[in-house]
Design a protein around this ligand. Structure first.
Ligand SMILES: [Zn+2]
Length: 157
């Protein structure tokens, strides 16, 4: 795909970004932040099975949170480790090409996440982030149990 790489240098950053966001390269495929990715579905169905009711991908809130639980004034983001640049995470490693592009892009994502969380918290929401790496099979059940406790727990609602 050498020709494709060369061609991309003449494109605007935005065009390239869109190209990557659409996931035209296999290594980005699992990193796309779209709706109903498998980890989001996993978390939602667990919460639902445990009696929690919520809105999903609510566009009224910054970041279109994956799970909004008005009753508990809690918002849950289910974050892919790559796309959200999870620090010190084995699942987050820089792609081997277009390093500058990705560094800038992922830093923007991270900054945007932080701003959105701050905005939600300022509006009185509790924000919980569940990371992709916390949901590996060996740890999944424990993390989801903990999440339910975080949401329904006796801590300030
Ligand atoms: Zn991670």
């Amino acid at each position: 795909m050498a020709s494709e790489r060369k061609r991309s240098s003449s494109r605007s950053l935005r065009e390239r970004e869109e190209k990557y966001e659409r996931g035209t390269r296999s290594y980005t495929m699992s990193h796309i932040r779209g709706k109903d990715t498998s980890i989001e579905v996993l978390v939602r169905s667990y919460l639902f099975r445990h009696g929690l009711r919520f809105r999903k991908n609510d566009k009224r809130y910054p970041g279109h949170p994956d799970v909004v639980l008005p009753k508990y004034r809690t918002i849950v983001f289910v974050n892919g480790c790559f796309w959200h640049a999870h620090e010190h995470c084995p699942k987050y490693s820089m792609p081997k090409s277009n390093i500058e592009f990705w560094t800038a892009k992922l830093l923007r994502n991270k900054t945007r996440d932080a701003a959105q969380h701050a905005e939600l918290e300022a509006a009185g929401w509790r924000v919980i982030v569940v990371w992709e790496c916390e949901l590996v099979k060996a740890n999944r059940e424990a993390r989801l149990e903990q999440l339910v406790q975080q949401i329904t727990g006796t801590c300030d609602k």
